[in-house]
Design a protein around this ligand. Sequence first.
Ligand code: FAD
Length: 408
Amino acid sequence: MELNDDQLQVLKWVHGFAENVARPAAHEWDEREETPWPIIEEAARIGLYSFDFVANCFADPTGLLLPIVNEEMAWGDAGIALAILGSTLGVAGIVAAGTPEQVAEWAPQCFGQAGDIRLAALCVSEVDAGSDVSSLKTRAVYDATSDAWTLNGTKTWITNGGIADIHVVVASVESELGARGQASFVVPPKTPGLSMGRKFQKMGLRASHTAEVMLHDVTVPGACLLGGKDRFDERVARARAGRHGKSSAAMATFEATRPAIAAQAVGIARAAYEYALDYAKQRRTFGRAIIEHQAIAFKLADMRTRVDAARLLYLRAASMAMTGKPFTAGEGSMAKLFAGETAVWVTEQAIQILGACGYSRDHPVERWHRDSRAYTIFEGTSEIQRLLIARAISGGAHSVGGRGVAGA
Ligand SMILES: Cc1cc2nc3c(=O)[nH]c(=O)nc-3n(C[C@H](O)[C@H](O)[C@H](O)COP(=O)(O)OP(=O)(O)OC[C@H]3O[C@@H](n4cnc5c(N)ncnc54)[C@H](O)[C@@H]3O)c2cc1C
């Protein structure tokens, strides 16, 4: 797949940021385990962290721009990339379920502007509902008199949770309908009742903030139900009549974000492959560069092959999604599954190629390995992706307990 001149130009610009800003700052923010505000500020200053840039990516008619930007950012550093791109998860939730008017109102507020940065979060997962999102316990109750919704519940493992200005919350309205009785709500900035719970200390992606979000009698106007009440009522009526409607609120979001998440995993894998290749050309044992030992050269050959294969899978999925071709064989899940597992495998090979240096924090490959582990867990675990592919290719013979779509 060839990229056009416009895409190549954007890619070059993003690569410059990844190489000169994100990569040099990566170790520091991994150690600090804090949101890298100065780096997000810099991204906002040059227009990389902005609604306009993300809107341009979403508008690319080939569908490839958003994922290739994700690969490049994660090549720089995945933790910083997630700190910068995490808001697009919230935007994806708004775009997937919202009306054009709601997208126009809320999406720009997910970014703010340089000097006045805003963040967004997508809140799906709960303690007892990670893979099995059909059993969400967060409830949304409608009051017709005041035309307002009240949300109660606890979300967990939320990227930008509690520090975001806009929280997109998926909640159950008609619990007996499972996922088809769920809806997405925008919780506007400073809404009383929303607070941050525990912040998680993670193995990797430590520059990205992950925390619980507590919702205690959070009341939002009726207009904050994404898609609107009429459309939601129609969906509920269809579900009650046993007719299949469109996918659930959360599922629609994950379909859209999977190629971009796969692309981030490819970015990490590519970084580790390149680093290991350079190292293998420099490091000498038994009188020759270690790349001249076939055991090492073959490892690198396999690493490169898997990185390229993973990229082709996400490019295919992104292109199919944009051109409206259905994922009849779970192509989106294939991309996410293969890219996540490739990142874990390639980063592990890189550690081996670097020997003791690979095990040291003096070199980035151990960080890349820690970062890569999240990519077989979030946005649907590898097991869930396999179930989705199996279900697609077997014509639905493999049910995915609950509904089998995992949170972001
Ligand atoms: C860094 C990070 C950031 C995150 N950010 C967000 C976010 O912004 N928003 C959000 O909503 N969530 C987020 N999450 C949560 C994430 O989506 C969930 O952790 C994920 O969906 C898995 O859910 P779980 O952890 O509850 O695992 P579980 O669902 O408890 O699964 C445990 C194990 O059982 C397996 N399993 C479960 N069901 C089946 C089945 N039917 N068949 C076979 N195997 C099965 C799983 O694959 C896994 O191996 C984030 C997680 C991480 C690590």
